[in-house]
Design a protein around this ligand. Structure first.
Ligand SMILES: C[S@@+](CC[C@H](N)C(=O)[O-])C[C@H]1O[C@@H](n2cnc3c(N)ncnc32)[C@H](O)[C@@H]1O
Length: 257
């Protein structure tokens, strides 16, 4: 068994090569760019998000190179993206020169957002399943603190364990003769677990939109157009969104009565 170097998730996008590699994944005709098309469609279907359009303030947490900010920020009166990686923020500023991005860790330093809080909408994409459980919880707590009463949190769970992803990971693990520990170390987040976490923090899930159902291992074997067509059929078929491998979960902060 080869030794695995474990890099904390918050450190995995610090180098400019990791940032370039991540951003390039969305540029070509490859899996990530097709998945982003499906995620954009999921966001466009969200009625809760549509109602929030045109007003209020928006925070994109762990904004990366500004993929989600670029799409959502123009809908709000004010918007800011924050990321722990300075290299990511530098690229986000380059790609979206008219938007505001800051670097820092809002879980450790309250001054990162320069006193800004009570956001009407906060997004967190491609982050929660990959973060270690304690980081996930700290981040969610902080995001709730930064949310306005009845503000909404737009979460991308891109590795929902209660989907075809889990059998695919088990199969891959068996084929590669991995240990059970290696399998369990794969970063996933079960939909129900996410719902429970959110409920414990005073958030109510108000909408779940599926982005994709097929696990990456299968999707990558299909031609892009065939994969997208199949996903769109599955979405139209109305399979429960809580079984999507990649989903957009929208939760509202319940205001204290
Ligand atoms: C997979 S990228 C996702 C970027 C973007 N949300 C997207 O969907 O394209 C994860 C991002 O989380 C950032 N990150 C990790 N820990 C963080 C933290 N504590 N605070 C802010 N950003 C963090 C990383 O630097 C990285 O840019």
């Amino acid at each position: 068994m080869s030794a695995e170097t474990v890099v904390a998730y918050e450190d995995s996008f610090r180098s400019s090569s990791a940032v370039r590699e991540y951003a390039d994944g969305f540029g070509g005709g490859m899996f990530m760019s097709a998945l982003w098309d499906l995620e954009k469609e999921a966001l466009a279907r969200s009625q809760v998000l549509a109602r929030a359009n045109g007003k209020g303030s928006y925070l994109d947490f762990a904004c990366g190179h500004g993929r989600v900010s670029g799409l959502l920020a123009p809908r709000f009166t004010s918007a800011i993206g924050v990321d722990i990686s300075e290299a990511m923020v530098a690229l986000a500023r380059e790609v979206h020169p008219t938007l505001t991005f800051v670097s820092g860790d809002i879980t450790a330093s309250p001054s990162v957002l320069d006193g800004r809080s009570a956001f009407d909408v906060i997004s967190v994409f491609r982050f929660l399943p990959q973060a270690a459980p304690n980081v996930r919880l700290n981040v969610l707590r902080k995001l709730v603190e930064h949310l306005a009463p009845e503000g909404i949190l737009v979460i991308n769970n891109n590795a929902n364990r209660t989907s075809a992803l889990w059998p695919a990971l088990v199969t891959r693990s068996v084929v590669r003769r991995e240990s059970v520990r290696q399998l369990l170390n794969r970063r996933t987040l079960a939909h129900r677990h996410l719902e429970r976490l959110l409920a414990d923090l005073g958030l109510e899930v108000v909408e779940v939109e599926p982005a994709s159902y097929l696990p990456e291992t299968i999707a990558r074997r299909l031609p892009r157009r065939a994969w997208l067509a199949l996903e769109r059929r599955l979405i139209r078929a109305g399979i429960g969104a809580s079984f999507a491998t990649d989903q957009v979960v929208i939760a509202r902060r319940i205001s204290a009565s």
